[in-house]
Design a protein around this ligand. Structure first.
Ligand code: BG6
Length: 476
């Protein structure tokens, strides 16, 4: 058998993309709520356009999402029916601390997640909880400037202490920051950062990243202190860079592009800023406020495992004028002429997953966890809501085969696999419902219209069989 006996098969979601109920149960407003659908989305995500509240002009999909806030019992039941061993979800920070800096947590918010975790356990599902999946309470942004402010570390630690204590015995797998490297690409959505005219963006982004790295290490230390059973991972938006050609300049460009992401895991897994980062800060005059205490905590509390999302490999060239960029998880990449692409232009590369797994395992020698992977595609449901999504099965099948090779042939230590958007949800990059990843179809369109009813797709039955056979039977 390729995969461990306790391999964690499951699926992944994030609060802002599925919960809705944005103003219910005492929840406070967050950055992720005010990212609109439509042409201004990207400007808001990157912090170029300030959006701190709703306006009349835009549609905000996160307000309702798929309304899991009111449907979680049925949804978890469906996950149980598929045989999930784990369910990756995130806690909306502003449900627990509506303003972020509140003295006391919001009991209603705490009860909500407690009910979810208990429901998971009823089906033998181990919750895998992301502490921050892009969200930051709005008050921390308007009052403190988001993660650029060191004080936010303290508010985050308080939030962690609250949830680690309250959910002791219910949750043992935690992730600190979803796709921590996203702070460099979508700084408002990922870390509540916005920029004033003339500010040095790079400096602010790396200072905020440093605060998150310290916060992450403090969370690891606290999680272990509160419950030695706790296992805490970091989370990287991964995908190996290939050189566009074997020209040494292209190889170097790919090498450097990979380092942009490795930078975060180097600190979180090895406990130290890598030398190439110090050199870069010096060269580019990036002056960071890093204290001796910070360095000590980083050193003292590396993560237990490394989790990552993988949708595609990427391509880099040493020639800045090289033409032919492609879409893909907001990371700039050249088009790879050898690969097919999804309807959204994300290139499909299962072998790239094996390469990425090996690169991460060689570098860190820590257990790995694929916590996002999947195909965003337009589904057409029949009159009964059934979707024959062979294309999605093919995508997942080829990626599971690549995982198998990495484990069986290469010896990579892989803990689990949670494909993204196991139930259809709102897309992070586009705000669309029609970019669907799920095993479960949700009857809602891009404007939030529809019954919201859930239907099992063909992939639902296939994945159930895959889990039951621990990945040994991938046929359909
Ligand atoms: C990752 C995020 O970047 O990719 C998810 O962690 C996101 O939040 C997923 O939804 C897929 O991207 P998209 O843009 O297709 O939703």
């Amino acid at each position: 058998m390729a995969f461990r006996e306790d391999f964690l098969w499951g699926g992944a979601t994030a609060a802002n993309q599925c919960e809705g109920g944005y103003a219910e149960g005492g929840r406070g407003l967050a950055n992720v709520d005010v990212v609109p659908h439509g042409k201004d989305r990207w400007a808001v995500v990157t912090g170029a356009k300030k959006m701190f509240d709703f306006d009349e002009e835009h549609y905000y999909p996160a307000k309702k999402s798929i309304d899991m806030y009111h449907h979680y019992l049925d949804d978890i039941k469906l996950f149980g029916e598929m045989g999930f061993k784990t369910y990756r979800l995130s806690i909306a920070w502003s449900r627990i601390f509506p303003n972020g800096d509140d003295e006391f947590p919001n009991e209603e918010g705490l009860k909500f997640y407690e009910a979810i975790f208990k429901e998971c356990r009823k089906y033998g599902i181990e919750p895998l909880v992301t502490l921050v999946h892009f969200d930051c309470p709005m008050h921390l942004i308007t009052e403190y400037g988001g993660w650029r402010n060191r004080k936010v570390i303290g508010f985050f630690v308080n939030y962690c202490k609250t949830v680690f204590t309250r959910y002791k015995g219910l949750v043992k797998y935690w992730l600190t920051f979803n796709e921590i490297n996203m702070i460099l690409h979508g700084p408002f959505m990922a870390a509540g950062l916005f920029f004033e005219e003339g500010e040095d963006r790079t400096q602010i982004q790396y200072q905020a990243a440093h605060h998150e790295l310290v916060a992450s290490a403090l969370a690891v230390r606290m999680a272990h202190g509160i419950d030695p059973q706790n296992k805490v991972g970091c989370m990287l938006a991964a995908g190996q860079y290939y050189p566009f050609t074997c020209k040494p300049q292209d190889v170097w460009a790919a090498f450097e592009s990979d380092r942009e992401g490795y930078f975060f895991v180097d600190v979180q897994a090895r406990g130290e800023y890598p030398d190439y980062a110090w050199k870069r800060f010096e060269r580019e005059k990036i002056k960071l406020d890093i204290t001796e205490d910070d360095l000590e905590i980083l050193k003292e509390s590396p993560v237990d495992f490394i989790s990552f999302s993988y949708y595609s490999s990427r391509v880099a060239s040493g020639d800045p004028t090289a033409a032919g960029t492609t879409e893909g998880n907001v990371f700039a990449s050249l088009k790879n002429p050898y690969l097919e692409a999804s309807q959204w232009g994300w290139q499909i590369d299962p072998l790239g997953l094996r390469i990425t797994l090996n690169a991460l395992y060689d570098r860190y020698q820590k257990p790995l966890f694929i916590v996002e992977n999947g195909l965003g595609a337009k589904d057409v449901a029949d009159v009964n809501g059934y979707v024959e999504d062979d294309y999605r099965i093919d995508y997942l099948k080829s990626h599971i085969e690549a995982m198998k090779d990495a484990v069986e042939i290469d010896g990579v230590d892989l803990m689990g696999y949670t494909p993204w958007g196991c139930i259809d949800l709102v897309s992070a990059s586009t705000g669309e419902m029609s970019k669907r990843y799920g095993f479960i179809y949700v009857d809602l369109d891009d404007s939030g219209n529809g019954t919201g009813k859930r239907f099992r797709k063909k992939s639902f039955y296939w994945y159930k069989k895959v889990i039951a056979a621990n990945g040994e039977d991938l046929t359909y």
